[in-house]
Write a protein that binds this ligand. Structure first.
Ligand code: RIB
Length: 294
């Protein structure tokens, strides 16, 4: 079977992550326990997750020409095997995300889009890459019109469109009509309840509870392997990137494969580095976990 070709049109951020024992109350000053700087952004995280899961991945997006961040973000994608030929470098700062992770592995995230806001159009080369891919993978951290253009072009050329509508916002009809697979968490599912019935496949991630895949009248469920989480940041991205690759390989196992990837990602700190390799996912799947802890 040929390697799945995935094009991600999305965001890339520098994640500035502070670990705390608990989240501070409004107006409260709290001492943190650790600080880390690492590549993130839902688009970049999903691209890296897809590459580690065995995809041939190209990333369309933008970094800033700020000292350090833009170069580091590009190199992180390249180190993971993601093609960055379509990653632009623009005037101004890269996107950043201020993230707080609590001792029980939950997170709060504030994204300042920076260069991601400049992705307002797609070049002929970008469109050509989308047309020749198996899957177009998008999120909502770049301008909505660009996501819509990418999705419509993919649909017109027979490329499967997977949308992870995060951060959640109202979806224009032209976008939802072009989506084949919508991947949402429970909050997003509730907020988008008016349109989730319009996509062919709806995947709902349930955190430690696994994930559901609804197609027509049928819903299948996959459990997540039990793990001891340290950081849930990027777990949904690990799920989505892995799902995209495995869906092309053969739809049967994609939900279980992705649920395993998402679960494993919570056992490692950081958003992009935490996504597991195909070998790591396969190892857990082959162990036929039931209630064992990884
Ligand atoms: O999904 C996690 C990601 O959300 C982080 O990497 C952060 O950059 C934000 O985009």
């Amino acid at each position: 079977m040929s390697t799945p070709r995935i094009v991600v049109v999305g965001s890339i951020n520098m994640d500035l992550t502070t670990s705390v024992s608990r989240f501070p109350a409004p107006g409260e000053t709290l001492l943190g326990t650790a600080f880390a700087t690492a590549a993130g952004g839902k688009g970049s995280n999903q691209a890296i997750a897809a590459a580690k899961a065995g995809g041939d991945v190209s990333f369309v997006g933008a970094v800033g020409d700020d000292d350090g961040f833009g170069t580091q973000l590009r190199e992180t994608l390249q180190d993971a095997g993601v093609d960055t030929a379509l990653l632009r470098s623009v005037d101004g700062p890269s996107g950043v995300a201020a993230i707080t992770v609590s001792a029980d592995a939950e997170n709060n995230i504030i994204v300042v889009p920076g260069a991601n806001s400049s992705v307002t159009s797609l070049s002929e080369v970008d469109l050509d890459a989308i047309a020749h891919a198996d899957v177009l993978l998008c999120q909502l951290e770049i301008p909505l019109d660009t996501v819509t253009t990418a999705a419509r072009h993919a649909r017109a050329n027979g490329t499967t469109v997977i949308l992870n509508p995060s951060p959640v916002q109202d979806l224009p009809g032209a976008l939802i009509e072009s989506v084949d697979i919508l991947i949402v968490n429970q909050t997003e599912s509730e907020q988008l309840a008016a349109v989730t019935g319009r996509v062919r496949y709806l995947v709902t991630t349930l955190g430690a509870g696994g994930a559901d895949l609804r197609s027509g009248e049928e819903t299948i469920h996959a459990d997540s392997p039990a793990v001891t989480p340290v950081d849930t940041t990027g777990a949904g991205d690990a799920f989505t990137g892995a799902f995209a690759v495995e869906w092309v390989q053969g739809q049967d196992r994609a939900l279980q494969f992705a649920a395993t990837a998402g679960s494993l990602a919570t056992t490692v700190r950081g958003a992009s580095v935490s996504s597991p390799t195909r070998a790591a996912i396969e190892k857990v799947l082959n162990r036929q976990l039931d209630s064992d802890t990884v």
